[in-house]
Write a protein that binds this ligand. Structure first.
Ligand SMILES: C[S@@+](CC[C@H](N)C(=O)[O-])C[C@H]1O[C@@H](n2cnc3c(N)ncnc32)[C@H](O)[C@@H]1O
Length: 288
């Protein structure tokens, strides 16, 4: 972990208020312009995260901005994006239920804007790796920019590739994460890339996708197949009106998990004695 001091090229989370907040890269000699004045990066470099500054010109603007160290959720919600992204709560469940962590090797498709890729990349540091694929050049370009900004170039490889059609040389990866229109078509192929006990995770916005993916996972003998939906409600806290907020994101998507296991027929099943071979226990006291 970095020390909590703001340095050149750091990403900072610049917060004016509840609605106005930006993920910005610090460039010496440069500045960030908002409709509430200008923030000079030189005024920030060397200060601790958590500091606050006032926008210039002080006489007419002088608004108070807080400088925070970005959290994983800030990367997701405030990075440049064009595709639908995976929300922080879903990303959290993916991490906890997949076992992805420091040192994990993960294949991801599609990378989209790279929001989930950034989260995965941050969690497999320092010696894990994310191999992320997409079939759209625009997504790849945007994801590469976001990965660069997040300083994850050494942890994440973004490449063109069709996870359904292409053959890759992976073996024994820890997890495969799919967020794409037809994940069920990739199930058989990605099973070959996984290690035994490795996890396949699929994020899909519709139940039809969940069904097809689950059936494909069953056909391919995945184990512990489970699907979940998370609903996150923010709580409004007021002196005499503390309750869930009225507005919320009602649906993001469903998450399906399954594990690759060895699948061999039970050799002992056939050795079980036929019914008539059992000793007749008629008349024997089974309970005293
Ligand atoms: C919803 S976006 C993924 C968003 C991403 N998880 C994020 O958090 O930014 C779906 C992406 O899957 C890609 N895709 C669809 N089919 C694919 C395939 N067969 N192989 C690789 N990528 C694919 C699309 O091009 C699209 O960019």
């Amino acid at each position: 972990m970095d020390a909590g001091i703001i340095k050149e090229n750091d990403l900072i989370f610049l917060v004016l208020d509840e609605r106005r907040r930006w993920l910005v890269e610090v460039k010496a000699g440069d500045s960030f312009h908002t409709h509430r004045g200008i923030i000079e990066f030189d005024d920030l470099i060397g200060k601790p995260f958590g500091t606050c500054v006032f926008s210039k010109p002080y006489e007419t603007q002088g608004y108070k901005f807080y400088i925070l160290k970005p959290l994983a959720s800030d990367y997701i919600l405030f990075m440049s994006r064009k595709t639908q992204i995976v929300y922080p709560e879903d990303a959290g469940l993916i991490l906890i239920y997949s076992g992805i962590g420091p040192g994990s090797t993960v294949i991801e498709a599609g990378c989209g804007s790279g929001a989930l890729t950034c989260i995965l990349g941050n969690f497999v540091r320092p010696n894990g790796h994310i191999y992320s694929y997409d079939i759209r050049e625009k997504s790849l370009k945007r994801a590469r920019i976001n990965i660069e900004k997040a300083n994850l170039n050494e942890i994440v490889s973004i490449q063109y590739g069709d996870i359904i059609l292409d053959e890759f040389n992976y073996r024994n990866v820890d997890a495969v994460v799919l967020d794409m229109a037809q994940p069920w078509k990739a199930v058989e192929k990605v099973k070959g890339y996984l290690k035994l006990s490795g996890i396949l995770v699929s994020f899909s916005p519709t139940i039809e996708q969940v069904k097809k993916t689950t059936f494909a996972m069953r056909e391919n003998n995945f184990f512990e197949i489970n699907s979940y939906e998370l609903l996150k409600r923010r709580i409004q806290v007021k002196e005499s009106a503390t309750r869930p907020e009225v507005r919320m994101i009602g649906h993001s998507g469903y998450l399906t998990f399954g594990r690759k296991v060895e699948n061999i027929e039970n050799p002992y099943q056939e050795k079980k004695p036929e019914k008539e071979e059992f000793i007749n226990l008629d008349g024997m006291p089974l309970k005293s």
